[in-house]
Design a protein around this ligand. Structure first.
Ligand code: FEO
Length: 169
């Protein structure tokens, strides 16, 4: 049975992960309209991962005989000034999510909830990857500067990303 505090925090995290999906879909729409289909595909794949993250919390709560409580999702940021601004936004967002996961882990330790700690370890590892993925693109975009040719090539590379999580479970 899941403790009340952990259950509340995990229900909140379901919302946060679905919000992340919303945020990435909004970024995908910007990339489409900026004629960057590869970057849009990258963002769509990321949105799909976020839905999967939300469902991991959803399933875990149910497995522990808890109650899933779906909350309202606020609107994401919709305006961006450049591809660099989009990916910087993604990195900043992932840093916030890392802090949320760390808070959840700290709560699970406080509550001596060992099953939740084990479950959350996957997310701790995942967040390292999430920050690295967005951070790598930010660094490359900074190198690209104003070169349309380099941006075109980078966009093509980003379009290779698929929606599957290679390291899941
Ligand atoms: Fe679910 Fe991007 O963290």
């Amino acid at each position: 049975m899941l403790g009340g505090k952990i259950q509340d925090a995990m229900n909140e995290q379901i919302k946060n992960e679905f919000f992340s999906a919303y945020q990435y879909l909004s970024m995908a729409a910007y990339c489409e309209s900026a004629n960057l289909p590869g970057s849009a595909q990258w963002m769509r794949a990321q949105a799909q991962e976020e839905n999967e993250h939300a469902m991991k919390f959803y399933d875990f709560i149910l497995e522990r005989d808890g109650n899933v409580e779906l909350k309202a999702i606020e609107g994401p940021r919709v305006e961006f000034g450049s591809p660099l601004e989009v990916f910087e936004g993604a990195l900043e967002h992932e840093r916030k999510v890392t802090a949320m996961i760390n808070d959840l882990y700290a709560l699970a330790m406080e509550e001596r909830d060992y099953a939740s700690q084990t479950f959350l370890q996957w997310f701790v590892t995942e967040q390292v990857e999430e920050e690295k993925n967005a951070g790598d693109v930010v660094e490359t975009l900074k190198m690209v500067g104003g070169s349309n040719e380099a941006l075109f090539l980078l966009d093509r590379e980003l379009g290779q990303r698929q929606g599957d999580e290679p390291s899941a479970d």
